[in-house]
Design a protein around this ligand. Structure first.
Ligand code: PEP
Length: 256
C-alpha cells in the first residue's frame, strides 16, 4: 500500500477580517506547535491572505490556501482574482468547485476543469470539491453524481497532473448542517472515488491521490472518519474558525 500523508485544511469561507485572522493564526500556531504528522492548510478570505501569509514561516508545516480563483491569467473580470495574484502571496493550494460556488455562483464541472488547468499551470495545488445533494443521496444517485463530477471535471488531465490534485468529498447535505456522514458512508464514497480515478487514470496514480472528507467535521468525529482506509484528511468549515477546535481535529485525526 502506498502511504499518503494526511492533509487537513480549514476553509474559513467569508469569515475573519485581517485583524481577526492574525489572532486566529497566532493561536493555531501556538496550539499546534511543530506538527509534522499532517499537512495543514489555512484558507482565509482573499482580503486576509497577505496577513496570514506574513505569519506563516516558509519552513512551517502550515501552508496557505485560497478559496477560489479565476481561470484567466488577467483581464476584464471585475471582482476576480488570478492564480499569479495568489502565487505572489505564497498561496500553495486553491479550493475549486466548492458546493457553495456551484450552488450560488453557478460553477459547473466545466468551470472546475478550466480552473484546475489554470491552477496547475501556475503550480497551485487544486483541492477539487465533489459531492452529492440530499435528494441525490436519497434517490441512490450519489455514485453517478460523483462519477460525472470526476470524469467531466478532469477532462484532458494526465497521471502526472493527477498527482498534484487533492480531492474533497463533501456530501452537500453534511456541509454546515451538523449532519456528518458516518465513517462507513464516507469510506464507501471515498473508495468509489478512488475506483473511478483508477479506471480513468492508472491504478497506481489513483492509489497515490489524497481524498479529504468534508462536512461538519468536529473534534468528536475526526478520529472515526480519518481512521478509514481511503480518507486522507479533512476539509473543515465551521470548526476551523476556532483554534482549539481546529487543532483538536488535527491531533485527534492524526495522532495514534
Ligand atoms: C466546507 O465548507 O467545506 C465544510 C465542510 O463546512 P462545515 O465543516 O462547516 O460543514
Amino acid at each position: 500500500m502506498i502511504p499518503r500523508k494526511k492533509i487537513i485544511a480549514g476553509n474559513w469561507k467569508m469569515n475573519k477580517t485581517q485583524a481577526e485572522a492574525r489572532v486566529l493564526v497566532a493561536d493555531i500556531l501556538q496550539d499546534i506547535g511543530r506538527f509534522d504528522d499532517a499537512e495543514i492548510v489555512l484558507c482565509p478570505p482573499f482580503t486576509a491572505l497577505a496577513a496570514v501569509s506574513e505569519l506563516l514561516s516558509p519552513v512551517s508545516n502550515v501552508r496557505l490556501g485560497a478559496q477560489n480563483m479565476h481561470e484567466a491569467a488577467s483581464g476584464a473580470y471585475t471582482g476576480e482574482i488570478s492564480a499569479s495574484m495568489l502565487r505572489e502571496l505564497y498561496v500553495r493550494y486553491v479550493i475549486i468547485g466548492h458546493s457553495e460556488r456551484r450552488q450560488y455562483f453557478h460553477e459547473d464541472n466545466a468551470t472546475v476543469n478550466r480552473k484546475t488547468k489554470a491552477a496547475l499551470a501556475a503550480e497551485l495545488r487544486p483541492i477539487i470539491c465533489i459531492g452529492e445533494t440530499l435528494p441525490e443521496r436519497e434517490a441512490n444517485k450519489w455514485k453517478n453524481v460523483l462519477e460525472t463530477q470526476l470524469i467531466d471535471g478532469l477532462v484532458g488531465f494526465t497521471d502526472k497532473e493527477l498527482a498534484d490534485i487533492i480531492f474533497a468529498y463533501e456530501p452537500v447535505w453534511a456541509i454546515g448542517t451538523g449532519k456528518t456522514a458516518t465513517g462507513a458512508q464516507a469510506q464507501e464514497a471515498h473508495q468509489w472515488i478512488r475506483q473511478i480515478l483508477g479506471k480513468r487514470f492508472s491504478p497506481t496514480a489513483a492509489e497515490k491521490v489524497r481524498i479529504q472528507y468534508g462536512g461538519s467535521v468536529k473534534p468528536e468525529n475526526a478520529k472515526e472518519l480519518l481512521s478509514m482506509p481511503d480518507i486522507d484528511g479533512a476539509l473543515v468549515g465551521g470548526a476551523s474558525l476556532d483554534s482549539r477546535g481546529f487543532t483538536a481535529i488535527i491531533k485527534n485525526a492524526c495522532l495514534e
